[in-house]
Design a protein around this ligand. Structure first.
Ligand SMILES: [Zn+2]
Length: 96
């Protein structure tokens, strides 16, 4: 993974923070933003600058497909865990 050579300064005159976008248009694409962004107490400025180049249409389709598969597998795992816990509680109830 590339490491930024120079960190830009935002409009508040602070070093900008490197974030990762997970939007459907730019999945995994990194950008610089105000370090106050996401803070409940400090108002961020509107500084925004992409760090990574745009994704090719093909990479975007592949990435979105992989993200969908990961989410589907995570959901299946959560359902299996719930079923297993219910079964475990049921077995403990029968034993006692
Ligand atoms: Zn700022």
């Amino acid at each position: 993974m590339e490491i930024p050579e120079a960190i830009p300064v935002c409009y508040c005159e602070n070093p900008a923070k490197l974030n990762t976008s997970w939007s459907n248009n730019n999945p995994g694409r990194r950008f610089f933003g105000c370090k106050k962004f996401g803070s409940k107490f400090r108002k961020p400025c509107r500084f925004f600058s992409w760090f990574d180049p745009p994704l090719t249409p093909r990479s975007r389709i592949v990435l979105l497909g992989l993200l969908k598969k990961v989410r589907t597998l995570e959901d299946a795992r959560k359902r299996e865990r719930r079923t297993w816990l219910l079964l475990k509680n049921h077995l403990m109830f029968i034993e006692n």
